[in-house]
Design a protein. Sequence first.
Length: 123
Amino acid sequence: MKELLEVLEIEHMRHKGCANGRLFKSYRQFVSAGFNRNTVSTMTKLAEALGFIKVTRETGIGSRDLRDASAYTLTYLPSGTGRDTPPTDDWKRIKTPEQAAQIVAKVTKKGTAIARTRDRRAA
């Protein structure tokens, strides 16, 4: 998940920090960046469930590469055109490691998909 957030942070900086909420990335772009095609969806759902991102589905925009892109918001950074909307910090709603572990287990079906991704990326 750290890598997913890094890719979105880089996209955010490519727009001079003024496009949070309009960070468009497609499944194809995540795979091209080295993500396992079988776990892109799981990592995105996990990051959203833990409160680090918000995902808005957008289709049919821009070039072929972005046609099926989703728009992402990093909840720990300001958003809005002039960065005038403060961060929502949705991740702060999780108060204990046990709560986080329950969310991870629910989203990843006991963590199997994410564990396989980490093993492959480490190799």
